[in-house]
Design a protein around this ligand. Structure first.
Ligand SMILES: [Zn+2]
Length: 527
């Protein structure tokens, strides 16, 4: 398996930068609670934690800390498709996410709900972080000195910034966005004058777009104590400056923002953090994962369907490669984790298991080779119909008694598999395939006969069953790939599947014969 060097390389860069730093070495992750947190949100925390653990390994005497920052004072720009109660939310577009009501009616605000989902997930897996809410930092005055510092460098920041925007927008540009004292919105205000000595701005509430309405109010307000926030790139620089952040990752889409924020840091006479860029995730269709659309995999789904360790393994792969992530790929990702458990040396700090075990609450060692995989269990579960996780585990154990040595792991897997299979079937997410080549159908009948003969002779092993499948291809000189594809398509309604001998062996005669009966019926219906 690949060596996982990148977190160690990042740790070296950080060590060089922080050689003389007194106090905590500070890592930060950022997150916008504009929609349900997804795997991408979690990925930044997980990957930063990999780097932190690599750093801790090389610098055991240094004290380190992670701030997970939520941009919950940002205005709501649109309503994600996958949250309920759009009519409740619509009037609040343009207001801070922390004052928009919770569409689930569970928390005190929209962002409080999204924040608690992220925190619940991180806490469940024991991540070590300090949560910071942007709204709280502004309102409680944590940012006040930083905001004054920005006001003190108003012209310099303005001059830097306006060169990056179109000429017609330059006059109206200000780093500050006051909260309108009349309608409470933040995306609607324009600063008309900055009163530098008083740390105040005059503004008008006049910005409209398709969905957001301003109220026309004109006012003057202090920029302190949560009455205004600074725009995104200045905001990033503000928190680097106030907290003294040493390291922060960001998606490829934020390269220009990171550069500009670093320049703002120099104006503020603060050393900007080391940044690390990662590629964004794509869904199964190659589309960018977005909170607005709600594609990809949610954290709740991952928690229900798979061990987090499999996700950690996925996230350890080179972050600079664009990767697909979706529910249909999930079984393969879990099987990669099982493979790592069987092949990797967890004592090596560049092995995947070393990184995973720093975080995991389930340290597993000595997992024996076995055909029992997540993918195989999914195929068995699909044919148990009224079965539950205990029954699935019994089937797996009867097939390979060795899995009982890791009973906890396999019981958890069975629970995940049942939840995954049930939900995927209910949602119709996995498209059903049908045979490309129906001319192979007579051989399916032949296989059924021969399997029945084998079963009648007593207990049929996975190897015997598998060689029976092969022997038919051999006898009729069939292309083996086509033959197996045809069997998957006919019996499982899939284009690929597990080793059939293992599946047949685990399912036993009655259920195997039902697969054939169903395939015969489907074939009759189609001809
Ligand atoms: Zn207003």
């Amino acid at each position: 398996m690949a060596k996982y060097n990148w977190p160690h390389q990042e740790a070296k860069r950080i060590a060089t930068r922080t050689r003389n730093k007194q106090g905590d070495i500070l890592f930060e992750t950022g997150y916008g609670p504009s929609g349900l947190p997804h795997i991408g949100t979690f990925a930044e925390v997980a990957r930063t934690t990999f780097v932190m653990n690599a750093f801790r390994h090389a610098n055991p005497d240094k004290s380190i800390k992670l701030i997970a920052f939520s941009d919950d004072m940002d205005g709501m720009r649109n309503i994600p498709e996958n949250v309920p109660n759009h009519e409740l939310l619509a009037p609040h577009l343009g207001a801070s996410l922390s004052v928009v009501p919770d569409p689930y009616a569970e928390a005190e605000s929209y962002s409080a709900n999204m924040n608690s989902r992220l925190r619940h997930f991180l806490d469940h897996y024991g991540f070590d972080y300090e949560f910071r809410s942007s709204t709280d930092c502004y309102k409680n005055g944590v940012f006040n000195d930083g905001l004054k510092h920005i006001m003190d460098h108003y012209e310099q920041i303005r001059n830097l910034f306006i060169n990056t925007i179109s000429p017609d927008k330059r006059d109206a540009w200000s780093p500050f966005f006051p909260v309108c004292e009349q309608c409470g919105k933040i995306n609607t205000t324009t600063v008309t004058q900055a009163h530098l000595d008083d740390y105040e701005v005059s503004y008008v509430c006049d910005k409209n777009d398709e969905d957001v309405r301003s109220c026309g109010h004109q006012g003057r307000t202090t920029i302190l104590d949560g009455n205004a926030k600074v725009g995104w790139k200045v905001d990033w620089a503000l928190r680097w400056h106030v907290f003294g952040v040493d390291y922060e990752m960001h998606g490829k889409d934020l390269i220009d923002s990171a550069k500009l924020s670093s320049k703002i840091c120099s104006i503020l006479e603060t050393k900007s953090p080391i940044n690390y860029k990662y590629e964004l995730f794509l869904d199964e269709n190659g589309a960018k994962i977005s909170k607005k659309i709600g594609n990809g995999v949610s954290m709740e789904q991952w928690q229900a369907y798979a061990p987090v360790e499999a996700l950690l393994l996925f996230l350890l792969e080179d972050p600079n490669k664009a990767r697909k992530m979706g529910l249909s790929i999930l079984p393969t990702l879990v099987d990669n984790y099982l493979k790592a458990l069987r092949t990797e040396d967890q004592t090596q700090p560049t092995s995947a298991l070393w990184f995973i075990n720093q975080i995991s609450q389930h340290i597993i060692s000595g997992l024996q080779p076995s055909d029992v995989s997540y993918s195989l269990l999914v195929n068995v579960a699909e044919n148990l119909h009224d079965g539950d996780a205990d029954l699935l585990y019994d089937y797996a154990k009867k097939y390979d008694a060795g899995i009982a040595d890791n009973e906890d792991l396999f019981r958890r897997l069975c629970t995940h598999v049942m939840a995954y299979t049930k939900d995927m079937e209910a949602a119709g997410i996995i498209a059903k395939a049908s045979p490309d080549d129906v001319s192979l159908f007579p051989h399916l009948l032949e296989l059924r006969e021969e399997l029945n003969v084998l079963y009648q002779q007593g207990e049929a092993s996975a190897e015997q069953l598998q060689s029976t499948v092969f022997s038919i291809a051999k006898r009729h000189d069939l292309n083996q790939r086509d033959w197996f594809k045809f069997l998957y398509q006919s019996l499982l309604e899939k284009n690929q599947g597990p080793r059939l001998g293992s599946l047949f062996s685990m399912l036993e005669q009655d259920r195997v014969d039902k697969l054939f009966c169903d395939a015969i019926k489907r074939n009759a219906d189609n001809t």
